[in-house]
Design a protein around this ligand. Structure first.
Ligand SMILES: [Zn+2]
Length: 250
C-alpha cells in the first residue's frame, strides 16, 4: 500500500516537473527555437508564403503562452551564457526581404511588441515585391535587426571563394553603411554552405550563422551552423506548435 502511494507520489512529481520545467536546456548548454519566416501573404500552395491569418494565430499563440521573442543581441547573450534566459525564449527571423514584411508582418508583431530579425539579400532591395531602403529603415527603427543574406541569393557552394566573399561581405557592408549598426550574423541562402563559406565568415568575424538544419539552435552547435525551424505554410498548426515546443537539438 505504502509502496503504491510512493509510486503515485513519484508519478505526480514527474508530471509536475514535466509541466513546470523550462525547455531551454540542451545537452550542456542553452537551446532556443529560432523560427524562420519568408513571405507573409496570400499565395495558396507556396510553402514559403504564410497566410497573414496563420501568422497572426502563431503570434497570438506566442503571446498567450508567455514566449519572449528576443533581439539578436539578447539571443547572442543568452546563447553565450552572458544573460539568463527568459522562461520561453524565441527568435523570429525573416529571410530575403519581402515588402510584406513591413506591410503585413510588422503591424502584427507591433501589436505584441515583438522584435524580429531580417536576413536581407541586398540585391533584391527596390525590386518588385521586395523592400525598399526607406522600408528597411522603418523596420530598423521599429526594433528589427537587419543582417546579411548575401547580395544576389546564390547557392554559395557553387561559387569560387572570391565570389562567395564578395556576396557575403558586400551585403554586410551595404547594410552597415545604410543603418549604421553592425550586421555580423548571417543566414545561408537555401541553407547551402561549404568549408570555404565557413572560413570566410570566421575570418570576417561573423558571430553566428543560421543554416536550415531543422530544430532548435543550441550553444552545443557550432556558432556558424545554428539550426532553425523553417515555417512551412502547408503544415498544420499543431505541427508548428510541436516544432516550437520540442527541443530537437539534443
Ligand atoms: Zn533566402
Amino acid at each position: 500500500m505504502n509502496l503504491w502511494k510512493n509510486k503515485k507520489a513519484l508519478l505526480l512529481a514527474g508530471v509536475l516537473l514535466a509541466c513546470f520545467a523550462t525547455p531551454v536546456k540542451a545537452k550542456h548548454g542553452v537551446a532556443i527555437p529560432v523560427l524562420n519566416y519568408h513571405s507573409i501573404g496570400v499565395t495558396p500552395g507556396n510553402t514559403y508564403v504564410l497566410h497573414p491569418d496563420t501568422f497572426t494565430r502563431q503570434m497570438d499563440y506566442l503571446a498567450a503562452h508567455h514566449y519572449t521573442p528576443l533581439t539578436l543581441d539578447e539571443f547572442a547573450s543568452v546563447l553565450s551564457h552572458k544573460m539568463p534566459s527568459p522562461a520561453h525564449p524565441v527568435l523570429l527571423t525573416f529571410d530575403d526581404g519581402y515588402a510584406n514584411n513591413v506591410e503585413v508582418a510588422l503591424p502584427i508583431l507591433q501589436k505584441h511588441k515583438f522584435p524580429a530579425t531580417l536576413y536581407l539579400s541586398t540585391g533584391l532591395v527596390n525590386t518588385p515585391g521586395y523592400l525598399t531602403w526607406p522600408q528597411i529603415h522603418e523596420l530598423s527603427a521599429a526594433g528589427w535587426d537587419i543582417a546579411s543574406h548575401t547580395v544576389t541569393h546564390p547557392h554559395l557552394p557553387k561559387l569560387s571563394k572570391k565570389a562567395q566573399r564578395e556576396e557575403i561581405l558586400a551585403a554586410r557592408a551595404k547594410i552597415e553603411q545604410e543603418l549604421g549598426k553592425p550586421a555580423n550574423t548571417f543566414a545561408y541562402p537555401y541553407g547551402d554552405y561549404n568549408r570555404k563559406t565557413l572560413r570566410i565568415l570566421k575570418k570576417a568575424h561573423f558571430s553566428y550563422a543560421f543554416t536550415t538544419h531543422s530544430g532548435w539552435a543550441s550553444s552545443d552547435q557550432p556558432p556558424l551552423e545554428l539550426h532553425r525551424i523553417v515555417v512551412d505554410s502547408q503544415k498544420p498548426f499543431e505541427e508548428w506548435v510541436q516544432q516550437l515546443t520540442e527541443d530537437t537539438s539534443k
